[in-house]
Ligand binder design. Structure first.
Ligand code: FES
Length: 130
């Protein structure tokens, strides 16, 4: 659901620290829609466009699986690039020095919300959550 350019993504409880993320569809200022996701890292929620800067692939081969085995770094399933989960900076792999596009997000009253420039369409693909 959206209101005032804010997409209500999921319940806070849907995001476990270092666990699966929740996919969403994010709309930029021109109304173009992009796959995106939210994850929890060290207690805080973070949102990114789901597009690896190396070959522009979505990171999660299995929907919602963004973290590495240790639950510390976001990993691209295509060629294994590792990204800091709080900033999106690529720290290893073919796009080292580049990074994911971070999105403004917040957690309030038990809900996780992401700012959108245009009205998004809810993504009901696997890995999305109510
Ligand atoms: S597409 Fe992500 S590391 Fe190559």
């Amino acid at each position: 659901m959206t209101s005032n350019g804010v997409l209500d993504v999921c319940a806070s409880a849907a995001l476990i620290d270092g666990g699966d993320g929740v996919r969403l569809e994010w709309a930029d200022a021109r109304g173009a829609r992009h796959a995106a996701f939210v994850v929890r890292h060290r207690g805080r929620v973070h949102a990114f466009v789901n597009r690896c800067p190396h070959r522009f692939a979505e990171l999660d081969w299995l929907a919602g699986r963004f973290f590495d085995e240790a639950g510390l770094y976001l990993v691209c399933s295509m060629h294994g690039a590792l990204f800091e989960a709080d900033t999106g900076a690529c720290v290893a792999g073919p796009c080292a020095g580049d990074g994911l596009e971070a999105l403004a997000c917040e957690e309030h009253d038990g809900r996780v919300r992401v700012a959108c420039a245009a009205a998004p369409v809810p993504n009901l693909s696997p890995g999305s959550a109510p």
